[in-house]
Write a protein that binds this ligand. Structure first.
Ligand SMILES: [Zn+2]
Length: 361
């Protein structure tokens, strides 16, 4: 994976490439910006370039032994296997520190508690950070540099953040710490101030559309639709193909099908269960895609042109009913909910408002 393969973010890619070419990658970097725009992908590409046997260079060569080792370690299937393995041992904090190369560690948060119960937000435990902190001062094993990437860095609890500070105070000359986060405000000011920050914006619709069409073979029309719903997040645009999307869609469809019959108590329960969703952004994108299809059907669109063409049979009766009549404005409400959740709004209250909007005839 080269830096040039990352979609968008030209300015940030240039800054990183120049730093790598001059052998001046900063000791601590904070990559912050919305979910699914390529922060972790770019962090991994920069790590590969720093470790590459032909470094310093603006890009990893992609051919040396180190590059090949890193490329195969970051293969999505292989990473998934490591995550599943870790989840079978939820009490072993450090199992979620993935060693991708002797000199490259990727720290990810736990989505399970130590007793194996699901967590709504990922947590980076103090045991993981202690492991990392112990390793940061060491000399590289094989490469010229060592890189430690902490994904979802805001998932570090107070003890984890305190433990990490030590490494940031005395950064060793050949180690680099890359913190990746969608919520920098979840990090202590003392951590943020010791890092150089790279701020990622959302991707343009054009960039997301082109990526889906060129690299994923999605038709132009569908690519445009998905890009519009994904609000600048490639991760969200790609999620339309995922298992998670289908499961989320099924539960939302079931909700929409009985929305007319919900009493006040049932509405509250619904809002609570939405609030617990593992990925609220995906939930809201899915809802918007369904509402978009209802509006389209209402306006006379054919089933084949829907984003959710495979469930057109269930959407048709909804489109003909009161939900269909309000689908356009409800879609806007769902979009507003997504924006509110990115800020500091109370999650439960926000979903309360959304469920109420869906129910009101
Ligand atoms: Zn290389």
């Amino acid at each position: 994976m080269s830096l040039g393969d990352v979609v968008g973010h030209e300015r940030i890619r240039e800054i990183l490439s120049r730093a790598l070419a001059r052998d001046r990658l900063p000791p601590a970097l904070l990559l912050s910006g919305p979910d699914g725009v390529g922060k972790k992908t770019l962090a991994l590409a920069a790590a590969q370039a720093a470790l590459c046997e032909r470094a310093p260079a603006p890009e990893p060569c992609g051919e040396c032994r180190t590059c090949r080792k890193v490329s195969s370690a970051i293969d999505p299937g292989r990473l998934r296997g490591q995550r599943e393995e870790a989840d079978r041992h939820p009490d072993r904090d450090e199992w979620r520190n993935f060693r991708l190369h002797p000199d490259l560690v990727l720290v990810e948060g736990w989505r399970l508690t130590r007793t194996g119960r699901p967590r709504p937000e990922p947590e980076i435990r103090v045991g993981q950070v202690r492991d990392l902190v112990a390793e940061v001062p060491g000399a590289p094993f094989e490469a010229r540099r060592r890189v430690f990437i902490v994904d979802d860095a805001h998932g570090m609890n107070v003890s984890s953040q305190n433990a990490l500070l030590k490494s940031l105070e005395e950064p060793p000359p050949r180690s680099h710490l890359l913190l990746v986060t969608a919520r920098p405000q979840g990090l202590r000011q003392t951590i943020r101030s010791r890092c150089q920050t790279l701020r990622f914006g959302p991707l343009s619709r054009g960039a997301v559309t082109a990526f889906l069409a060129d690299r994923h073979g999605v038709s132009e029309e569908e690519a445009r639709l998905r890009a519009a719903l994904a609000a600048g997040s490639l991760g969200t645009a790609l999620a339309f193909e995922s298992e998670g999307y289908r499961a989320t869609r099924e539960s939302l469809l079931a909700l929409l099908e009985r929305i007319e019959d919900l009493d006040a108590l049932a509405r509250m329960e619904q809002a609570e269960s939405l609030e617990q969703a593992e990925d609220p952004a995906l939930l809201l994108t899915t809802l918007r895609s369904l509402l978009r299809d209802l509006a389209a059907l209402r306006a006379g669109a054919t089933a084949e042109t829907l984003l959710n063409a495979d469930v057109a049979g269930r959407l048709a009766p909804l489109a003909a009913g009161p939900l269909g009549a309000r689908a356009v404005s409800l879609g806007e409400t769902a979009g507003g909910t997504r924006t509110a959740l990115r800020g500091f709004a109370s999650k439960l209250l926000t979903f309360d408002v959304l469920v109420d909007a869906l129910c009101t005839k």
